[in-house]
Design a protein around this ligand. Structure first.
Ligand code: 13P
Length: 261
């Protein structure tokens, strides 16, 4: 089983005060024994310097939730991948369904964001996922395959080896209703076959699951060969919950180390 990656997506939550306690607790957990797991937090960009100063020198990586599709220029309010990389960040989430839905991000834009993240030396965490209507119409596989293919088309095969994928069914995000292990595994298998068709060297990419992962369902979801970790929203904001998910991942037998951060 591949070593798991547990990533927090804080979304638009946090304050300098609450972050300090949360970051210190995660850092403290990862300074102890049984750290057979990779861990990171994707914070609002305004807090990336706080994350850097709280986490540098620790086993916890940090990153952001979006980067611009552009290199630089007259793009008021946007933040480039190179700016983020200047804070020694590791990860940049791209294509989260909340950005696709609320900010009109197309598959092409998501591909360009992934490309810009890679150029800057960041690891893009490429989110894909179907809506409930798409699942009910039997379109899950086609939707996520197309979302992933658009990103693979925007980047080179060598760069594709550096990405992380996160399968996040839209209907499972923030709803308390996680995908079942079977549903997640089936979709991950479809994504894995897209990767294999693209290049045999992509077989080892990590495919995370995200959507209502909590301490009580983390072990079942993570204890599966095709699920290489979790992208955690709400439960990443409470140190006890996030640490309990880290414990669930660390207690699994992993034989393949892919350190990040
Ligand atoms: P929840 O864990 O709150 O469902 O959010 C998942 C998510 O969107 C992570 O990117």
């Amino acid at each position: 089983m591949q070593r798991k990656l547990i990533l927090g997506n804080w979304k638009m939550h946090g304050s300098t005060e609450s972050n300090a306690a949360l970051l210190a607790a995660i850092r403290e957990r990862m300074s102890r024994e049984n750290t057979n797991v990779d861990v990171g937090v994707c914070v609002p960009a305004i807090f990336v310097e706080q994350a850097r100063s709280a986490l540098q020198g620790s086993a916890v990586a940090w990153g952001v939730q979006d980067v611009s599709a552009h290199v630089q220029g007259a793009f008021t309010g946007e933040i480039s991948a190179a700016m983020v990389a200047g804070f020694q960040a590791t990860f940049a989430i791209v294509g989260h369904s909340e950005r696709r839905a609320n900010h009109g991000e197309t598959a092409l834009v998501v591909g360009e964001k992934a490309r810009q993240a890679l150029v800057a030396g960041l690891v893009p965490v490429v989110c894909v996922g179907e809506t409930l209507a798409e699942r009910e119409a039997g379109a899950t596989d086609a939707v996520v395959r197309a979302q992933l293919a658009a990103v693979l088309e925007a980047i080179s095969v060598d760069d594709a080896k550096k990405i992380v994928i996160a399968y996040e069914p839209v209907w499972a995000i923030g709803t308390g209703r996680s995908a079942s292990v079977d549903e997640a595994q089936a979709t991950h298998a479809g994504l894995r076959s897209v990767l294999r068709e693209y290049d045999a060297g992509l077989d080892k990419l990590r495919i995370l699951y995200g959507g209502s992962i909590k301490p009580d369902n983390a072990s079942a979801l993570l204890d599966c060969d095709g699920i290489d970790g979790g992208l955690i929203g709400g439960a990443s904001l409470k140190s006890a919950d996030f640490i309990s998910i880290i414990e669930a991942a660390a207690s699994l037998h992993a034989d393949d180390s892919l350190h990040v951060g």
